[in-house]
Design a protein around this ligand. Structure first.
Ligand code: AMP
Ligand code: MG
Length: 405
């Protein structure tokens, strides 16, 4: 059996980048930039005031103080959104608001708090220095500068940055379309009338949500029976998507036909079985570069193998640099037993106490028990070697969402 890392490498090596497309800035949140963003303008576009106050010539107020204020003549009021009309000469000041362009002649701003207005004049109570409270043209962003690189995930800060330089349409990688097929004679869908011999198709829904969380576009193909004919027909329908996920039917049972059918359809199988728990029966192949995953049917195994193998593959295709969940080190709060030989991903809850990460299991680890996944915000990553891990040991943990506090 191959290791988790070998399996990840085998899979990721086959993954190509999606093509580029342009989207409206307002639709770009969560997407990945497929090109550099270069600023066509300076920001601010002119020297602007960083304060509400008075634009003056600093040499007019070198020694101003409360005891001996400097009196200047007010020649203009400049609100934000208006260009100045006059030049500030010696002995003169322009009243100016935050964000307004600094008038010609002025080289310092005095905060309004450090002044008093007296009719047409202003009293300056503090000494000025050259450049006080002036934001220089292009200080935040220079025309021609690369403000964002290819591969960056667009968050709200990137949206605001692109808006500030007028990018209303932005280049991003396309989102992979991910077809999802559930298999099993025992399965019924939520909207079906079902007999007493059926269980509900939870994997189909869980995988659809995981695909969406990973930035893919799910295409649901429903349920295939455990017959070669039905599998062939439904799998063939999924082979036009960018990714195909099949859940169930990849183990050693008498009706596990998925791998046989994939091979019959021309899929080159590249791996089957990984030294991990849960998730051992994972299968992976390609059909002319299109990745095809055979995920184990047990609900937890399906979600865990998606996390370890499918999510990084979707992220890579979407152009992202960081493919894996963050790994932290946490202090174990209980003794744990495991069987040696396979990497174990144990459902766990991480909390922060006095600034330190602590971790404990969320209970029964059977791969059919979704409740312990519902309670989890992390997986403990227990190495292949060893069988007993003692309370107090520092262990590796993969974070799935925020720790509890
Ligand atoms: P399999 O991998 O097909 O042998 O399935 C292993 C176990 O997972 C069996 O108990 C199945 O009933 C269950 N299972 C398979 N597919 C699903 C599914 N889509 N939703 C919920 N349980 C499933
Ligand atoms: Mg099955």
């Amino acid at each position: 059996m191959i290791s988790v890392e070998e399996a990840q490498k085998t899979i990721l090596d086959t993954i190509d980048l999606m093509a580029s497309e342009k989207v409206l800035l307002s639709k770009a949140l969560g997407r990945t930039l497929s090109g550099e963003i270069i600023s066509p303008l300076n920001h601010p576009p002119w020297n602007t005031s960083a304060m509400d106050g008075y634009a003056i010539r600093f040499s007019d107020a070198l020694t101003a103080s409360k005891a001996s204020p400097q009196t200047l003549k007010i020649i203009e009021v400049i609100p934000a959104g208006k260009l100045p009309e006059k030049t500030v000469g010696p002995g003169e000041a322009a009243k100016i608001m935050t964000g307004a362009p600094v008038p010609e002649g002025a080289d310092a701003i005095i905060k309004v708090e450090d002044t008093d207005k007296d009719g047409e004049t202003v009293l300056i109570y503090v000494p000025a220095e050259n450049g006080d409270y002036i934001r220089l043209k292009g200080e935040a962003i220079q025309e021609g500068a690369t403000v964002l690189s290819r591969g960056v995930k667009v968050r709200s800060a990137e949206i605001a940055m692109m808006a500030s330089i007028g990018k209303s349409v932005v280049p991003v990688f396309q989102q992979p379309r991910v077809a999802i097929l559930s298999t099993g004679d025992e399965l019924a869908d939520l909207d079906e009338v079902r007999g007493p011999d059926k269980i509900l198709n939870s994997n189909g829904y869980g995988l659809e949500a995981q695909v969406r969380e990973s930035g893919g576009i799910p295409i649901t193909l429903g349920i295939a029976k455990d017959s070669k004919e039905d599998l062939k027909e439904k799998i063939a329908a999924g082979l036009s998507a960018d990714f195909l996920l099949i859940s169930g039917g990849v183990s050693m049972g008498d009706y596990d036909f998925v791998i046989e059918v994939l091979e019959a359809l021309g899929v080159t199988m590249r791996l089957w079985k990984v030294a991990m728990k849960p998730g051992k029966p994972l299968a992976f192949g390609t059909l002319s570069d299109r990745p095809v995953f055979g995920l184990p049917g047990n609900p937890v195994s399906s979600m865990v193998t998606f996390e370890q193998f499918v999510r990084p593959a979707i992220l890579k295709a979407s152009g992202r640099d960081q493919l894996f969940r963050p790994l932290i080190t946490a202090t174990l709060e209980e003794d744990l037993r495991k069987r040696p030989g396979r990497r174990q991903f144990m459902r766990a809850i991480v909390s922060i106490e006095n600034g330190e990460y602590r971790v404990r299991s969320t209970g029964v680890q059977d791969s059919a028990v979704l409740m312990s996944l519902v309670k989890a915000n992390a997986f403990m990553v227990l190495s292949e070697e060893g069988d007993l891990i003692k309370s107090g040991e520092r262990i590796k943990v993969q974070m799935l969402s925020e720790p509890t506090v």
